[in-house]
Design a protein around this ligand. Structure first.
Ligand code: SAH
Ligand code: SF4
Ligand code: F3S
Length: 443
């Protein structure tokens, strides 16, 4: 059989990175990755279950694959990711899509190649879902999406149980990797041309890695340890929970040049009452205090957030609190979501679910505000010179290049292919709502 595969990835950076690992493992076994699913003999779908939309898109994709599978029995369909950690999803696949060949979860990615080989050689279906116990990433290969930057897990799982969120059920309990393992991985990446790493965890602030000498390290200490690596120029992270952002981390923002001056600090709502019903463990006042502490230490730090609209019981007044908080913080950007009921989470059984049309109407008002502020903030970049790590051709126009500033702003500009993977100075000529335009200038 022709050994070609294609991966479709839904969801967050954790899933993106899991897909990179799966690709790395298959490439090591002689498979070839193709850019279109129709050219692949093995189709892999890495799923997300954070909102209902993601579920729907997955089942839509399976629907599309059915005809091909019926016509071409040796076409192999593999499904994995967060949705597979939910029993009701597995049951639906078994009854409605019994032709799916391999089903596996988020804890056993390392077993995927064996499961696949089994299916191909013995023509039997494979289902393997583990509760916990993921193999350390350091032992697995990975095929990076970008040559110059990489995603690095520093911890797995989540213990926070925000009442709307499915992630603690799909990714299991929190577990931090050891600082030495992480450093080894980053050193290898840097040798391979990586200049920037994004450290991943559902809440990096609760990182507690146990070092070889038995001591327990904080996230701030881990950053300083990684910053010692020669050749590594930028460190970012995602996501930090506002409830426990330490002064120690704020100090590192100030003292460590390699730590990018940007933070994603999901607030979810502007109302203390809703924050508490979401089990977020902070108040509007304590959140605003964290924002102030960050800005006092690093005045030009850029900030983004996540906001949920229409959490059960949210009143118009409480929604107004969200609008006023956004006005007060003035985020550089914000991801806004309609509350989506997730089976198995506490909020799913809360009374007072908000009608869809109310949610949409609030959502539109919020998006207008968020976009207006983003555009205003980006307009101020005009004339500034920013250091940009060039990622590749820009998404919309392959004739231009794109890259990110230290503050994580996306910049489009004209340049030559040799610039990809290097740092260039770009003078900003225009600030748009979601990106900046610029031109390359000499040092
Ligand atoms: N660990 C990260 C969030 C990961 S999920 C953190 O705590 O910041 C990414 C975002 O999806 C969340 O911040 C939240 O805004 C959104 N989200 C999660 N569950 C949701 C739900 N049931 N409905 C709508 N949005 C949701
Ligand atoms: Fe979900 Fe909350 Fe954990 Fe983030 S911190 S993954 S929102 S439970
Ligand atoms: Fe990420 Fe979606 Fe899972 S947001 S952790 S892929 S549920």
């Amino acid at each position: 059989m022709e050994k070609t595969f294609h991966i479709t990835t839904f969801g967050c950076q954790m899933n993106e990175h899991d897909s990179e690992i799966m690709a790395g493992m298959l490439l090591e076994r002689g498979y070839r990755q193709v850019s279109e699913r129709r050219q692949a003999k093995v189709a892999i779908i890495n799923t997300c279950s954070v909102r209902e939309n993601a579920d729907k898109r997955f089942f839509g994709t399976l629907g599309q694959l059915k005809r091909r599978k019926m016509a071409e029995p040796d076409f192999t369909v593999c499904v994995c990711g967060c949705m597979m950690q939910q029993q009701h999803i597995i049951d639906t696949i078994k009854t409605k899509y019994p032709w799916v060949d391999v089903i596996f979860g988020t804890h056993n990615i390392s077993h995927f190649p064996e499961l696949l080989e089994h299916v191909i050689q013995e023509k039997t279906k494979q289902i393997e879902i583990l509760e916990d116990g993921r193999t350390d990433d350091g032992e697995l290969p990975s095929r990076r999406m970008y040559q110059c930057k990489a995603l690095v897990n520093i911890m797995y799982g989540c213990n926070n149980f925000c009442t709307y969120c499915i992630v603690p059920y799909t990714r299991g309990r929190e577990h931090s990797r050891s600082p030495e393992h992480i450093r080894e991985e980053v050193e290898k990446l840097v040798k391979d041309g990586v200049r920037e790493v994004m450290l991943l965890g559902q809440n990096v602030n609760s990182y507690r890695g146990v070092s070889e000498d038995g001591s327990t390290w904080s996230f701030a200490r881990l950053i300083l340890f990684l910053a010692e690596i020669d050749g590594l120029e930028r460190i970012r992270f995602m996501t930090s929970h506002p409830k426990d952002l330490s002064d120690e981390l704020i100090d590192v923002f100030r003292s460590c040049d390699k730590l990018c001056k940007n933070i994603h600090l999901p607030v979810q709502s502007g109302s203390t009452e809703i924050m508490q019903r979401m089990n977020r463990h902070y108040t509007r006042e304590s959140y605003m205090d964290t924002v102030r502490r960050l800005r006092k230490a690093v005045p030009d730090i850029t900030m983004s957030t996540d906001i949920i609209v229409g959490f059960p019981g949210e009143t118009e007044e409480q929604f107004q609190d969200t609008l006023s908080l956004v006005e007060e913080v003035r985020y550089d950007s914000a991801f806004t979501f309609l509350y989506s009921v997730r089976t198995g989470t506490p909020a799913a059984s809360y009374g007072e679910q908000i009608p869809e049309e109310v949610k949409h109407e609030r959502f539109n008002r919020l998006v207008d505000l968020v976009n207006r502020i983003s555009a205003e903030k980006n307009a101020k970049y005009k004339g500034r010179v920013e250091r940009v790590l060039v990622e590749g051709p820009s998404k919309r126009n392959s004739k231009t290049l794109c890259g990110r500033t230290d503050g994580f702003k996306l910049v489009n500009f004209e340049g030559s292919r040799e610039m990809i993977g290097t740092f260039v100075n770009v003078e900003i000529t225009e600030g748009k709502t979601f990106s900046l335009e610029g031109r390359v200038v000499e040092e």
